[in-house]
Design a binder for this molecule. Structure first.
Ligand code: NDP
Length: 324
């Protein structure tokens, strides 16, 4: 069977993305074939494109999508033809009209949720879930610092953290993003070019925050450590400015016996049971009153290169979806 998909034959700038007709293999045991209806864009897709996170070439791209099941292998019992499903995972090939995928990693989309919303919140919302509920469990009354607060992960994490009783300090780069972040769960905003630790001290009566969720990486690492209270935890979970460089553990001692963790989503949803627990919490959160899912941009899937340019240039807000 033929389908269309984005392929890259070399790592590089967005121009390496090419929309091609490709062969779709017969289903292997345990697989389902999905016709995609909405594909989620993630900053990580740009790391795959540039080779920062290397993959074998040629390769597809894309780590999450929603769609409809068109066929299942004979041994698949949990998922049926016609189910609306969403998934995240490897191999990266979500930028496609159709693909085969491990049926045990597919999750049924709740009836009340559209495919667009499912693709907008799945990877990013599960990330918000593990950041706030597993990496460091936010407690009622905590103050936390969250970078890229108007972005995909950020606008979900800020709303979720506020519902858990946290005071959320968001960091953003523009006045428009500040407005958006304030309307989506941030109690206070710090502009990215401010002296972040100094502003955090002002906002916390000199104490510092319980946890920093830092997706910017290299450029903000020490400012984030300087923003923590004693015994606080630095959750460094992204590389928007480049990977964090090696540092001496003594840096943690001299700032008050701090903790650092460098988590990735897939370590928190290893088994199907873990995945479904996470999804139940995510769907309950998204379905609850007042939660806003901001899909800031929509592109045709074959124009994914433009979406890559825009997310890398910090032009996007909230989630971005690509439509096959
Ligand atoms: P976003 O929608 O948040 O877009 C990235 C944002 O990062 C930008 O809008 C920008 O916000 C901010 N940013 C700061 N510095 C830079 C820079 N130098 N270049 C580009 N952007 C910058 O993306 P996602 O929601 O897809 O992902 C958010 C982060 O979470 C990413 O770093 C991603 O890698 C990470 N992530 C990690 C996961 C994990 O398990 N470890 C899983 C999923 C995502 P502003 O202009 O306001 O600063």
């Amino acid at each position: 069977m033929k389908t269309h998909a984005i392929r890259i034959h070399e790592f590089g700038s967005p121009e390496v993305l090419s929309w091609e007709e490709v062969d779709l293999a017969e289903l292997a045991a345990g697989e389902a074939r999905i016709r995609h209806t909405a594909v989620g864009l993630n900053l990580i897709d740009t790391y795959h494109r540039t080779g920062l996170y290397p993959m074998d070439l040629p390769t597809g791209l894309g780590s999450e999508a929603a769609g409809v099941v068109e066929a299942v292998a004979a041994d698949v019992t949990d998922i049926a033809v016609g189910d609306r499903v969403v998934y995240t995972g490897r191999p990266a090939d979500a930028y496609s009209e159709r693909r085969n995928f491990d049926a045990s990693r597919l999750v049924r989309i709740p009836d009340t949720m559209s495919d667009d919303v499912a693709a907008a919140v799945f990877l990013k919302g599960l990330t918000a879930w593990y950041l706030l509920r597993r990496s460091y469990r936010v407690a009622d009354g905590d103050t936390i610092l969250l970078y890229a607060a108007a972005g995909g992960v950020g606008s979900l994490a800020s709303q979720w953290a506020q519902r858990l009783g946290a005071t959320v300090i968001g960091v953003v780069s523009t006045a428009d993003k500040a407005e958006l972040a304030k309307s989506q769960g941030c109690d206070h905003i710090i502009m990215a070019d401010d002296d972040v630790p100094a502003r955090v001290r002002e906002l916390t009566g000199g104490q510092g925050v319980a946890a920093v969720y830092d997706s910017v990486g290299k450029d903000t690492f020490f400012a984030s450590l300087d923003s923590l209270r004693p015994h606080g935890i630095m959750v460094t979970f992204g590389n928007a400015s480049g990977p964090v460089e090696p540092f001496a553990p003594a840096e943690l001692a001299k700032r008050g016996s701090l903790y650092v963790t460098r988590p990735i989503l897939y370590d928190f949803i290893v088994t199907r049971e873990e995945l479904l627990i996470a999804c139940n919490e995510l769907f309950e959160f998204i379905g609850s009153n007042g939660v806003s899912v901001h899909i800031g941009q929509t592109y045709a899937l074959k124009d994914a290169a433009q979406a890559h340019r825009d997310i890398a240039a910090r032009k996007t807000t909230g989630s971005t979806i690509l439509l096959p």
